[in-house]
Design a protein around this ligand. Structure first.
Ligand code: HEC
Length: 101
């Protein structure tokens, strides 16, 4: 019985994390100051406008910032923004950005 309880608790924790991670709109709130509510701003006058970017393009960019293989003069700044995101969160963000226009 104890083992079963542990399994159920584990499932509950995983379940709640998945729900939180899937909320791209909520995650995107931390990007608004620089990129604008719908990605329409050139962040700090430097980034491309990311409004409506295909999810695959955003995922590639964000993962590239994480491992240092993507970006321009200010990529260090973006690395700080994305370093703690996991794959599910990056995917959720990318899907949210794809819906912006
Ligand atoms: C403090 C301001 C700031 C915040 C907050 C910020 N960004 Fe950025 N972002 C930038 C800058 C500056 C660049 C350009 C960096 C470079 O030189 O590559 C950039 C670049 C990007 C790019 C690639 C665009 C390009 O020019 O190639 C994407 C995608 C992106 N940001 C997404 C996000 C997401 C998603 C978040 C929130 C999790 C976020 N950013 C938060 C400033 C910010």
């Amino acid at each position: 019985m104890k083992t079963l309880n542990k399994i159920l608790l584990g499932l509950a924790v995983v379940g709640s994390l998945t729900i939180a991670a899937a909320d791209g709109a909520a995650l995107y709130k931390s990007c608004v100051a620089c990129h604008g509510a719908s990605g329409e701003k050139k962040a700090l006058g430097k980034s491309e406008v990311i409004t409506g970017w295909e999810a695959s393009k955003t995922i590639a960019a964000l993962k590239g910032y994480q491992d240092g293989t993507y970006g321009g003069a200010m990529k260090g700044l973006m690395k700080g923004q994305v370093k703690s995101l996991d794959d599910a969160q990056i995917e959720a963000l990318a899907k949210h950005i794809e819906t912006t226009k």
